[in-house]
Design a protein around this ligand. Structure first.
Ligand code: AGP
Length: 610
């Protein structure tokens, strides 16, 4: 996600701000920029690429030298590809802002501002926020009121630092659903997305509250609510090292990113839901395209391919359209049978996976319509697909993909609801109810799943000492077993195999012994009894069994050594909380085994070669 930082005090502002941006680099970004007060103006230097590019530009231009108040930003693109123009800060000669978050209603706000004479140079939602604040300031002539009015208008999540030209040496800040801290120094103060950015200068800080604003000078900090009533917050002291702060206090990026799943799902889905119906207008994904698709082919690698398997189950169940799921490295050499009536969906977190990119190009050569589901804005797959729907999961640092996968399957469910409705397979009321569950219930359902951390930790201890194990499941649980098995293998180095539970008796049950534990996934009511029979089969041969079942599953506790119950969930969406359980299970097994969780041996985050 983006990172913001700001400084006011006696030091060279650009140096302090750049230092903060370097510390925020770990968050993943694709461009950066700095703005600072100089001789009654706000000068801006920004560039696509690394923070060092901005550093070189600042040194060469010299236009920020001598400034003692400034803001800076590392951008993880969400609206608009990485470019100098789309880099932050954004604004005009009168106001400059940096922003972390997503403004869901940026399009109607931009239209309102354009009708009031504003023009736009970038594709970003942030530029809309900057000009919205200026619009209100021009009308009400109060900076605090302008910020309050903007907060009332904006739907979405944001941490924003603001500089007004007519109020030099002063930083303003507002936030909603995105963290923003105010660092407290001696004769100097700071604002930042997280304490890591300012830890070099101070360990004491305030957490600005939700829907609050702050006015910060070198000697004063004033925080207030939207009624402009002053509020106070405890002065906190960071006990973290800079390295720990970069992980937001988590031990590893992987568990941090799992904990980001509720917000990532919300940020990705909410802007694509209007009147409680899926809405892909911003992506120019026509209803005809979805309605007329005769078949769907998901093509991807690894975890992304497993997201395609969830899509297969969902689309075939709700839309009654045949779905194929292809491993990209196979697809590209299989001379696939495709026509212009086929919808080929390339799923990729990085958008740079060589096999997936080759598959995309082949599908286009064969005339199929290609849709990318991609996390990195402006990546090659995103640019070359006929269309793209971005997963706004934020940067995924850990090699093992977690939040990207959870967001991929959530987005695929939203697409499925849209397609099923357009094909007349579900009523508007059914579509609205399914969408409501995703919109309202899913983020908190994932939170409730993450809250099962202690149970999952205990279960992990059962398996950490083994070198081999089976995941078994039926239907969607078999597809999740494949993802759970990959997660466990890649970070704990335990050899595991995902097997269709009904297949065991056709050969592999010969492998079941007291030294071959089994993780059984049984979340589907209509298959539960069948799964219990399979569990009894493997237990009879000595296997220890962990059962993952839905809440209230009959006699589950009597059937397995350990049971993890999913929070109560609409059956159609069970794979979402189940995925989180499996990700956490793999994480805690790997932690038990002392593995290098974020950087497993032999693996790269993005496989850009064959
Ligand atoms: C996921 O845990 C793996 N690291 C890997 O399988 C990954 O999903 C695969 O390489 C695809 O990457 P992509 O989503 O960036 O295309």
């Amino acid at each position: 996600m983006c990172g913001i930082t700001g400084y006011v005090g006696a030091r060279e502002a650009s140096e302090v701000v750049l230092q903060g941006l370097h510390t925020l680099e770990y968050r993943g970004y694709d461009s950066a920029g700095v703005a600072a007060f100089i001789n009654g103006n706000i000068n801006v230097v920004k560039a696509v690429g690394k923070v060092s590019n901005v550093e070189e530009k600042i040194a060469a231009l010299g236009t920020l030298k001598g400034a003692h108040c400034g803001i800076g930003h590392t951008r993880w693109a969400t609206h608009g590809a990485p470019s100098d123009t789309n880099s932050h800060p954004h604004g005009t000669e009168n106001i400059q802002i940096v922003h972390n978050g997503i403004i869901e209603n940026y399009a109607p706000l931009r239209a309102m501002l354009q009708s009031n004479g504003f023009t736009f140079v970038s594709e970003t939602d942030t530029e809309v926020a900057a000009k919205l604040i200026e619009y209100h300031y021009n009308n009400c002539h109060s900076r605090e009121d302008a910020l309050v009015y903007a907060m009332r208008d904006i739907i979405g999540s944001y941490a924003i630092a603001v500089m007004f030209r007519d109020c030099p040496e002063t930083l303003y800040a507002i936030r909603k659903d995105n963290p923003l801290i105010i660092g407290v120094g001696e004769g100097e103060n700071f604002v930042a997305s997280d304490i890591a950015a300012v830890l070099r200068y101070t360990k004491t800080y305030y957490q600005l509250g939700d829907l609050e604003l702050a006015i910060v000078t070198k000697d004063s900090i004033c925080m207030m609510d939207m009624d402009k009533k002053e509020v106070s917050h405890p002065l906190l002291t960071a006990t973290w090292s800079i390295e720990a702060a970069e992980r937001g206090g988590y031990d590893h990026f992987m568990i941090k990113e799992i904990n980001e799943e509720p917000e990532a799902v919300e940020k990705t889905l909410h802007p694509r839901i209007r009147d409680m119906m899926p809405n892909f207008e911003e992506e120019n994904l026509s209803d005809e395209r979805l309605k007329n698709a005769k078949s769907v082919t998901f093509v991807a690698c690894g975890t992304a391919m497993h997201a395609g398997l969830v899509g297969k189950t969902a689309i075939e169940q709700l839309c009654r359209v045949p779905v194929k799921v292809e491993i990209a490295s196979e697809f590209r050499y299989n001379d696939p049978i495709l026509s212009e009536e086929d919808l080929v969906v390339i799923i990729s977190q990085s958008g740079e996976t060589a096999d997936s990119l080759a598959a995309l190009r082949l599908a286009k050569e064969k005339g199929a319509y290609t849709l990318g589901i991609v996390n990195v804005i402006g990546s090659t797959i995103a640019r070359e697909a006929d269309n793209v729907i971005y997963t706004w999961a934020g940067p995924e640092i850990s090699v093992a993909s977690t939040k990207a996968y959870t967001v991929q399957i959530s987005l695929i469910y939203l697409l499925t609801i849209k397609m099923a409705y357009l094909k007349g397979k579900i009523s508007e009321a059914e579509a609205k109810e399914y969408t409501r569950i995703l919109y309202e219930d899913m983020p908190s359902l994932i939170k409730d799943t993450i809250a099962k951390e202690e149970e999952i930790k205990d279960a992990a201890k059962l398996f950490a000492k083994y070198e081999d194990l089976f995941f078994i499941g039926r239907g969607i649980d078999y597809h999740l077993a494949m993802e759970g098995s990959l997660k466990l293998k890649e970070i704990s180095y335990i050899h595991s195999e995902a097997y269709a539970a009904g297949e065991l008796k056709h050969g592999t049950i010969s492998l079941i012994t007291t030294e071959m534990p089994v993780i059984a996934l049984a979340t589907q009511e209509e298959l539960y009894e069948k799964m219990i029979s399979n569990i009894r089969e493997v237990k009879a041969r000595g296997a220890k069994v962990l059962l993952v079942a839905r809440e209230g599953a009959k006699d589950a506790a009597a059937e397995a050594e350990k049971v993890i119950y999913l929070p109560r969930c609409e059956k159609f969406f069970t794979s979402i909380p189940l995925a989180t359980v499996l990700q956490m299970l793999a994480y805690y097994v790997a932690r038990e085994r002392g593995c290098d969780i974020d950087k497993p041996r032999n693996l790269a985050k993005s496989v850009t070669v064959e």
